[in-house]
Design a protein around this ligand. Structure first.
Ligand SMILES: [Cu+2]
Length: 176
């Protein structure tokens, strides 16, 4: 019965390993967070961004996060954000490969360097060319109930018993 108890554990391990490989969480600016005085070009150059990862912006009420076009990034144009975030802790899933641009829309902050440009690459660990991670990042996949494996194992044991009894029957028939 050790196989029956090991099977669910092995299954959970197999499911958990690829989930860990994908979905790195990258805190913008590391311990500095999203603030003034941090060089985000240097930070971005030290990171690898892949589809399935998440960006986390942590900031005070002095700041916010605008996702913008390259042109608005270059010119620090704050009036045309693709998306705006103000919660103080913003997680942005990197769902598509390509460049992404973020600025702080507080007056003067972008022009003083509070801007981030990244290039998201396709995850090299995924054999498919179009990975599509879910948009929600907080959910964790729960392992499947072990009932199915248990039933399969019991069925297997039943087959073994049937095989044994037929062998015994054959031996008895040969002897008699
Ligand atoms: Cu700011």
């Amino acid at each position: 019965m050790t196989m029956a108890s090991l099977a669910p554990v092995l299954l959970v391990l197999l499911l958990a390993i690829p989930a860990k490989v994908h979905g790195a969480t990258l805190t913008v600016g590391d311990s500095s967070g999203w603030t003034q005085g941090t060089n985000y070009a240097t930070w971005a150059a030290s990171q690898t961004f892949n589809v399935g990862d998440s960006l986390v912006f942590t900031y005070t009420t002095l700041h916010s996060v605008d996702q913008v076009s390259k042109d608005d990034y270059d010119n620090c144009n704050t009036g045309n954000a693709i998306k705006s975030y103000t919660s103080g802790s913003t997680t942005i899933p990197l769902s598509t490969a390509g460049p992404m641009y973020f600025i702080c829309p507080t007056s003067g902050h972008c022009s003083s360097g509070m801007k981030l440009a990244i290039t998201v690459g396709s995850s090299s660990t995924s054999p498919g060319s179009s990975p599509s991670p879910p948009s929600t990042t907080t959910g964790t996949t729960s392992p499947p109930p072990p009932n199915g494996n248990g039933a399969t194992s019991v069925f297997g044991v039943g087959n073994v018993m049937l095989g044994l009894s037929s062998v015994v029957a054959t031996v008895i028939a040969l002897v008699c």
